[in-house]
Design a protein around this ligand. Structure first.
Ligand code: HEM
Length: 183
């Protein structure tokens, strides 16, 4: 689901690459979303494998969707088990996060953290969620809204802080960063 970085998905990554007007000085730049999300790994470890895979919608070992065998297999969202229940839970993280439309794709670069616990607490773990996208409103916000409405992973996670940043286009030899912004 990640946008390709070989040029084919440039309109998803770089401001103005789709031909739309770019904010001053930001053409060929991008946007960066950072969210620090605490995750209670002690409680996550207490959930059994079935519960964890159900929350994500993918197998924990291979990353394959629960209806497939390989990470790249497209998920079958309509598959039901022998009792008639959906194989991929309607509130699973994958199902809620996957693009509802082709343009809702973001380049994710998440980093797990495991910091020193505050006095009186046992763990301080989670994920620094990082994503790049040409247009945060069109690409990131619809995903975040769906996760706000329902996301089984939310049983273990607590958002701590969030920011959206404009990333300047690079500078060529003899230019300086942000020159077009200040011109
Ligand atoms: C603690 C917080 C989070 C955890 C632990 C987490 C974990 C995961 C895992 C395990 C997957 C499946 C494997 C993969 O594709 O990397 C996944 C997929 C994904 N996550 Fe998250 N995630 C978190 C927060 C977020 C947030 C805040 C967003 C965006 C608003 C997000 C968007 C996505 C997307 C778009 C996918 C790909 C879905 C697909 O398979 O098509 N995640 N995440």
């Amino acid at each position: 689901m990640q946008p390709r970085v070989d040029g084919l998905d440039d309109p998803l990554l770089w401001v103005g690459a789709d031909g739309s007007p770019a904010p001053k000085g930001l053409r060929d730049g991008t946007s960066l979303v950072i969210r620090r999300i605490a995750m209670d790994l002690d409680r996550w470890d207490k959930a059994d494998r079935t519960a964890r895979e159900n929350a994500v919608g993918r197998r924990l070992d291979t990353g394959a969707p629960l209806t497939g065998t390989r990470a790249g297999d497209p998920p079958d969202l309509s598959a039901v088990d022998r009792l008639g229940f959906p194989v991929i839970d309607a509130a699973s993280h994958m199902r809620r996060a996957m693009p509802a439309q082709p343009h809702e794709r973001i380049l994710r670069r998440p980093y797990a953290y495991d910091d020193t616990p505050a006095p009186g607490t046992r763990t301080n773990t989670g994920l620094v969620f990082v994503s790049f996208q040409a247009n945060p409103v069109r690409q990131f916000v619809p995903i975040q809204r769906r996760l706000d409405e329902a996301d089984l992973l939310g049983l273990w996670t607590t958002p701590i802080g969030s920011g959206v940043y404009a990333v300047l286009p690079g500078a060529r030899e003899g230019e300086h960063l942000g020159a077009a912004l200040l011109a």
